[in-house]
Structures are given as structure tokens and as C-alpha cells.
Design a protein around this ligand. Structure first.
Ligand SMILES: [Zn+2]
Length: 557
């Protein structure tokens, strides 16, 4: 036997655990955890001796001192003692790893029965997972799209052949989502009432609400406003229109929902006096079942903000000039950051070129878009991923008079002459109507990528990076070796691998993220590839160059 496992088995034997019958490939050990409130018989189940996944610990019987609804305890009496990936167990010292697991399990059980604050806090943290426990058959799960902060109702769309339903205030969002996902269209629609709770859900003493009576009692604890609103809805005729009343509640612990099945005869009878149905629910609530619903957010606000600690690009008007190697990856990253989301948001993509075979090795798009106009192909590809975004494809050359507007203009063309022209017209704009402009490009054969954020006149413009001499010598030269180019027919191109445009796009996104947090600086940045022959350039807020032909005459503006 593997000596590592042998040591672990000795440890378990000494800890009072004895091996018991287990399915092939697993080892089960029965033992006890000595908790403060009493001894808890447990079964340790080891399936993975590498400890990538933690050994499972099940309570063999539920002790009386643990309430029937408890955080960290699943319906099957499985105990969640470490949050996934929160602790790395040492695979080389399995006896230490197992000892850690048993200690932690005992500690969780101790806290569950002695610390009410801990119980409530943990209940809130895993509320979404707990809310659905103990219900059969499992009801449909709800995908929650976009609802406004003040919307009082939304529509719930049941989708053909899916065990998800979709809740949204925007029918277009549902259509777009189903189309992107390849799901058939909705089969029916019903109203879903939205409520907002000021307080987090409270851990119930005995069980999660199963009847209207239990739900009403529990709902009172969510705060007066939410309870009152629920009662107001139940006093209006609208909720009697459907055989099920559906409620979605936003609380500090996230969204959750429930339904009440309505009686056909009473619905008709109380149509003109809906408060009498409500009265019936109060008087006979223990006879009427509720079904608890799980809610998963998929709306733009959630998708584009979930991973951020700063605002997304929601409601911003962004123009991306250049949909080539840099622009392709950048467009996708901007979309992920929320460009084109929100009622005012839009992402405009400008490029006159079509996607050629020569582009494919370092472009975000592939053969499925070959010979398509780059902005149109990018739009189609991104809408497939995020159907709710507002994307505008402009398959044409840049229009200096029209395109330098909105909240942010990004020049990802990587073409120096075009960048100079863009910079020129940008510099001429009066400051009140001049959006910040971000230039991003690749240097040499991808040894480094650079970006310049141009907003205020006290900082350098794009042309300030060239000396005002006849040769237009660079003010900073990081490259130590001449750039290799290849010529095919009348076309020259610079070889570099796909990492260069990805790195340039990442640099542009980092600066955009800085802008979203209030400071795009340092405005001039260089990002180097390791182990290249280069001169380091400091990242800095660069002053304008005296005598710059582009910005020195307009600097008073
Ligand atoms: Zn300048």
C-alpha cells in the first residue's frame, strides 16, 4: 500500500474511525466528532487522496441540538465544512489534511449550535442554495433578465422544452436570449410581481415556508414595506387573472421567489372582491401550499458588473475605430465590460476592411466570418454572446467630422498616419465637446505595446510622442533592433503573434477601467514582453511637447 495512505489510515484508526463498506474507488470511515453540545456520529468519505476535492463528511444521524433548517447542512445531512477551494490540503501529509477536515467540521457544528449570529449570517450567505431545499418535484428555475430598480411587475416567459423560465420587463431581451441560446420561443407568459425587502431573509426556527400561513409569518420579518406590498397585490384583481400568483423578491441576500397556486372556483368567485381571496389565504393559509423558486440573474447589469469593484461601461457611448487585430479583441473585452449595455449605452465599430485569410492567425474572428466586413462580423459575433447590447457596425472609413463624439473614442487602428489625422481633428475640438481619446498600438514585432490617453490639454497629445524635427524622431524609443517587415505584392505587413494584439487590448481595457474609476493615468503606458531587447520607458502622465505641431497652438482651449 502507498505509504502516504498508510499514514492516513493509522491516523484515522487512532482518531477512533473504523473502515466500513464503500463503493469501489471510495473509502468510508465511521467515527464521532466530540462537539461541545454532544457527540455527533459521522461518516468520512474519501474519494480523492490528492485532496483536490475535500473528503465528504455526513452526519449519520441528526443530533437533537441541531435545528432542522441549518446552514452548511444539506438535506442529505452532508456537512459543508470548507467552502470550495478555500483551503489547500497538503497531499503529501494526508494525516494532517484529514485532521484539519475533522477539526473544521467539529468547529462548524459547534458554532452552528452555539452561535445564533453565525447561523443567521451563514444562512444569508448560502441563502440562494438553501431556499430550494426539500421540495419535490423541483420547480422550474427562473432566469432573471433586466428589471428596473422601481419596476413593480415583470413577465415570466415559459420556454418550450426547458426547465428554465425567463423573467424580464423587456420582450426583446427574452427573444435575443433564446435566439442566442438556440432555445425555442416562449410557450406562455404570466405576470410576476416584484417586491423589495429591506432586511435579509431570516433563518426560520423549524422549516422553510411550505404554506401560505408560514410564508406570511416569515415574510413579516423581511420588513414592513415588503409585507405590505405583498398584501396590497393580493388585494387587487390582477393577480387573480392567472392560476398561479408568482412573486420575486429582492433582498440584501439576493433574489428569490415563490408561487401560490390559486383555486379556479374561488378565482372566478372573488374576481370582483379580490380582498376576499386574500382573507381566505389568511384564514386558511396552512392549507394552501407555496412553491419556492430559485432565481439566477442573467441580465446585463449582473453579467457585466458581477466581477467588477467599479462601475461598468453601462450607458456610455463608446466608439472603436479599427476592428483589426487589436480592435477585435478590444471590442470583445469592451462588450464584457458592459459597452453597449443600458438604455443610453452603445458601442460603435468602425472599419472599412473585410476579414481576409491573412488576418485569421491573429484576429479575434475566425473562418466563420471570412470575407465579411469586420465591423459587421464583430457585431454579429458579439451579439451572439451578449444579445442585449446595442452595437452599431459602420463598415467604412473614419469620418473625422462625425466619429469623434460620445463618451470615449478608441483608436485601435495601429496606423500611424491615420492616428495623426485622428489626433489632429480631436485636438481641434472645443473642450466641452471633446471626448477623451485612447490610442493603442503595437510596437516593432510585438516587443511591446503602448497606449496614450488624451483628454486634458495639460497632457501630451498623440503627436507629442514625435520630436518636431524633419525626421519625426520618436521622443521615446524602446526598440533596440530594427523592425522586420514582410512584403507581399504591394502590401507590407509586420509579423507579430496573436499575443501582441491581446496584450494591446488588455492595456486599453486597464486604462478604460482606470477612467471608470476616475483616473485614466498614467496616461502614457508601455507594456513589454519579457526577455526582449528593449529600453524601459516609464509609465507617466506626459507633458505636451513644446512646439508640437498638433497641440501647441490649441493649448489654450
Ligand atoms: Zn501635442
Amino acid at each position: 500500500m502507498n505509504s502516504r495512505i498508510g499514514v492516513a489510515l493509522t491516523f484515522l484508526r487512532n482518531a477512533g474511525f473504523r473502515s466500513t463498506a464503500a463503493p469501489r474507488g471510495r473509502r468510508y470511515f465511521d467515527g464521532e466528532l466530540k462537539c461541545r453540545a454532544g457527540t455527533v456520529p459521522v461518516r468520512l468519505q474519501i474519494t480523492d487522496w490528492d485532496f483536490v476535492s475535500y473528503p465528504a463528511i455526513h452526519l449519520r444521524e441528526r443530533p437533537v441540538f441541531l435545528s432542522s433548517v441549518s446552514p452548511h447542512l444539506f438535506g442529505t445531512n452532508g456537512l459543508c465544512y470548507f467552502a470550495a477551494r478555500s483551503v489547500i490540503l497538503d497531499r503529501y501529509r494526508p494525516e494532517v489534511a484529514l485532521s484539519q477536515c475533522l477539526e473544521q467540521a467539529r468547529d462548524v457544528l459547534d458554532r452552528l449550535c452555539s452561535d445564533a449570529d453565525y447561523r443567521q449570517r451563514e444562512f444569508e450567505t448560502e441563502f440562494g442554495a438553501t431556499w430550494m431545499l426539500g421540495q419535490l418535484p423541483i420547480p422550474v428555475s427562473l432566469l432573471l433578465g433586466s428589471v428596473g430598480a422601481h419596476d413593480e411587475e415583470a413577465s415570466c416567459y415559459f420556454l418550450d422544452g426547458q426547465n428554465h423560465a425567463f423573467v424580464s420587463t423587456q420582450p426583446r431581451e427574452v427573444d435575443g436570449f433564446c435566439k442566442a441560446r438556440g432555445w425555442s420561443k416562449q410557450t406562455s407568459r404570466m405576470t410576476c410581481w416584484l417586491l423589495r425587502a429591506a432586511s435579509p431573509p431570516t433563518l426560520p426556527a423549524a422549516e422553510l415556508p411550505k404554506t401560505v400561513a408560514q410564508m406570511f409569518a416569515w415574510f413579516r420579518l423581511l420588513g414592513r414595506d415588503a409585507y405590505q406590498r405583498l398584501q396590497t397585490i393580493l388585494g387587487k384583481p390582477e393577480y387573480l387573472a392567472s392560476s398561479t400568483a408568482m412573486f420575486l423578491i429582492h433582498s440584501p441576500a439576493g433574489w428569490f421567489g415563490f408561487t401560490i397556486k390559486l383555486d379556479q372556483v374561488k378565482r372566478t368567485a372573488y374576481k370582483r372582491r379580490p380582498t376576499r381571496y386574500r382573507q381566505f389565504l389568511h384564514n386558511h393559509g396552512h392549507e394552501v401550499a407555496v412553491s419556492r423558486l430559485a432565481v439566477t440573474e442573467v441580465g446585463s447589469d449582473f453579467v457585466h458588473s458581477r466581477n467588477l469593484s467599479f462601475p461598468s461601461l453601462k450607458d456610455r457611448r463608446i466608439t472603436l475605430i479599427g476592428c483589426g487585430a487589436i480592435g477585435g479583441y478590444l471590442a470583445q473585452a469592451l462588450a464584457k465590460l458592459g459597452a453597449g449595455s443600458g438604455t443610453k449605452g452603445r458601442l460603435t465599430l468602425i472599419d472599412p476592411d473585410v476579414l481576409a485569410p491573412g488576418n485569421l492567425g491573429r484576429h479575434y474572428l475566425g473562418i466563420d466570418h471570412l470575407y465579411a466586413k469586420k465591423p459587421e462580423a464583430l457585431k454579429a459575433a458579439l451579439l451572439q454572446q451578449f444579445p442585449a447590447l446595442t452595437l452599431i457596425a459602420e463598415p467604412r472609413s473614419v469620418d473625422f467630422a462625425k466619429d469623434l463624439s460620445g463618451d470615449l473614442v478608441i483608436n485601435a487602428t495601429g496606423e500611424e498616419a491615420l492616428s495623426e489625422a485622428l489626433n489632429h481633428y480631436h485636438t481641434l475640438l472645443p473642450s466641452r465637446s471633446r471626448p477623451p481619446m485612447l490610442h493603442v498600438w503595437i510596437l516593432g514585432n510585438g516587443q511591446c505595446v503602448q497606449a496614450l490617453w488624451v483628454d486634458r490639454k495639460k497632457f501630451a497629445c498623440y503627436r507629442c510622442l514625435r520630436l518636431p524635427d524633419l525626421e519625426r524622431k520618436p521622443r521615446f524609443e524602446p526598440l533596440r533592433e530594427p523592425t522586420q517587415t514582410r512584403v507581399l505584392g504591394c502590401n507590407a505587413f509586420t509579423p507579430y503573434a496573436v499575443s501582441a494584439p491581446m496584450s494591446a487590448a488588455a492595456l486599453a481595457i486597464d486604462m478604460t477601467a482606470g477612467w471608470l474609476q476616475g483616473d485614466p493615468g498614467p496616461r502614457f503606458r508601455t507594456r513589454f514582453v519579457e526577455a526582449q531587447a528593449v529600453r524601459e520607458i516609464k509609465n507617466q502622465n506626459l507633458s505636451p511637447l513644446s512646439g508640437c505641431p498638433a497641440c501647441s497652438t490649441t493649448r489654450s482651449g
